[in-house]
Design a protein around this ligand. Structure first.
Ligand SMILES: Cc1ncc(COP(=O)(O)O)c(C=O)c1O
Length: 414
């Protein structure tokens, strides 16, 4: 690998052996047996490549908002909500400023009070737990399943007390938590379910009776984020809530806009959490492409799976039978404490990778007040040492994928 005379990134790709098993040996040998190969620099998420493809649609959408000057609550916001409602198969989509606010608003609307216990996973982005803490609710964290990375239903069951009021499953990395079992628990103990679907826009949950629902539309309220790198991302911050309940929807709309249903009349104590019209206009463009983008991510995941399945140093991400997977992240587990060395090796080859998440939440300083001990959550503690997410986005090119696969396998064959 090195720089060629024009300064374009180039990579030397040679056939490898060892970890490559069966068909994939042949496939990758044939495809990568070129000598020097020009390649676009690899990124975890390549929003530039996406813009190269849909840029003119995006530019037109932004321009129309600039011309209209309807920057706050312009027509695109309502149209986007309606189009997302249709895509999600849900009665109400209420847009807001970001995915963290969406969680916050959900907990406000459900009337959770200081001291009420909220159970969520120890293996998620910090937003899921910080809103619980900010509202003065009692945060109860539990371990995930090691295979799916999603909250363990058994651990939730054990954590339920007479003070429990809500469960917050996170559909991590693009695959649903076991919603049917969680809903059964919620019904039995009269609990709310708030689904954090920030990483799962477009994932289908498959019920035992053969029906499907989109992630985020199964519990009482679902939340999502349109952070730029999300599967449906805008060009700044954005978020939304999903619900089939008219009362929750009315109250969410009010609280997200200063508690105001009629102009300058305040029915609720609210906040300013609105989706900008420009972001809504961008999201309307991107929503049209979402199914295609998600399918492209799955094709990347299929290729990674096939290439790594025979390598016993790697555990490929589990695909559960009750959910599709939209691969917001493609996250491997690396055995034998080799994760950090693999990451460094890939870095040396100009291949980015990320650790989502490097430290279990219960060991973060800010959450020390919860009084958990280091060994309380063995699964999340182990996952934090083993997980590694590889580049994953809809615009990955075949030569980039070949190069990544080759180098991951090369590391284990050294
Ligand atoms: C699981 C999860 N929940 C919540 C959030 C918060 O979303 P936002 O960054 O839009 O506030 C994120 C996003 O980063 C997330 O991944």
């Amino acid at each position: 690998m090195g720089e060629n005379t024009t300064g374009v990134f180039v990579a030397e790709i040679k056939p490898t052996s060892g970890c490559l098993g069966g068909n994939s040996t042949k496939k990758y040998y044939l495809r990568i047996s070129k000598f020097w190969h020009e390649m676009r620099a690899i990124q975890m998420v390549d929003l530039g490549a996406q813009y190269e493809k849909i840029g003119s649609e995006i530019d037109n959408a932004i321009k129309s908002v600039l011309v209209s000057t309807a920057f706050i609550k312009g027509p695109d916001v309502k149209l986007f909500e309606e189009e997302l409602q249709e895509y999600m198969g849900v009665k109400h989509v209420v847009s807001c400023a970001n995915g963290t606010d969406a969680l916050y608003l959900a907990m406000m609307v459900l009337g959770l009070k200081p001291g009420d216990e909220v159970i969520t996973t120890n293996f998620t982005f910090i937003a899921t737990v910080e809103v619980v803490a900010l509202l003065g609710l009692k945060l109860v964290i539990v371990d995930p399943e090691p295979g799916s990375f999603n909250i363990s239903v058994e651990a939730v069951r054990k954590a339920i007390t007479p003070h429990t009021k809500a469960i917050v499953p996170v559909h991590l990395f693009g695959q649903c938590a076991d919603m049917e079992s969680l809903m059964a628990l919620a019904n039995k103990y009269n609990l709310f379910i708030i689904e954090d679907a920030a990483q799962a826009t477009g994932t289908d949950y498959l019920f035992k009776n053969g029906t499907t629902k989109k992630a985020g539309t199964i519990g009482h309220i679902g939340t999502t984020s349109f952070f730029p790198s999300k599967n449906l991302g805008c060009y700044g911050d954005g978020g939304a809530l999903y619900t089939n309940d008219d009362t929750y929807a009315r109250k969410l709309r009010s609280i997200a806009n200063h508690g105001m249903r009629v102009r300058y009349h305040y029915d609720d104590i609210g906040v300013n959490s609105r989706l900008d019209t420009i972001q809504a206009a961008i999201l309307r463009v991107k929503l049209k492409h979402l199914s295609k983008f998600n399918a492209a991510r799955k094709a990347v995941a299929d290729l990674y799976d096939e290439a790594f399945a025979g390598c016993h140093s790697i555990i490929i991400p589990e695909r559960v039978n009750y959910s599709t997977h939209i691969f917001h992240q493609y996250t491997l587990r690396v055995r034998d404490r080799k994760r950090d060395d693999l990451k460094k090796f890939l870095e040396s080859k100009n291949i980015p990778s990320m650790v989502y998440y490097p430290g279990p939440l219960h060991m973060q300083e800010a959450y020390g007040y919860l009084g958990y001990k280091e060994n309380d959550f063995p699964v999340s503690t182990t996952l934090c040492k083993e997980v590694l997410s590889l580049p994953m986005h809809p615009d990955m090119e075949q030569d980039q994928l070949d190069y990544i696969v080759h180098n991951v396998l090369e590391f284990f064959n050294k």
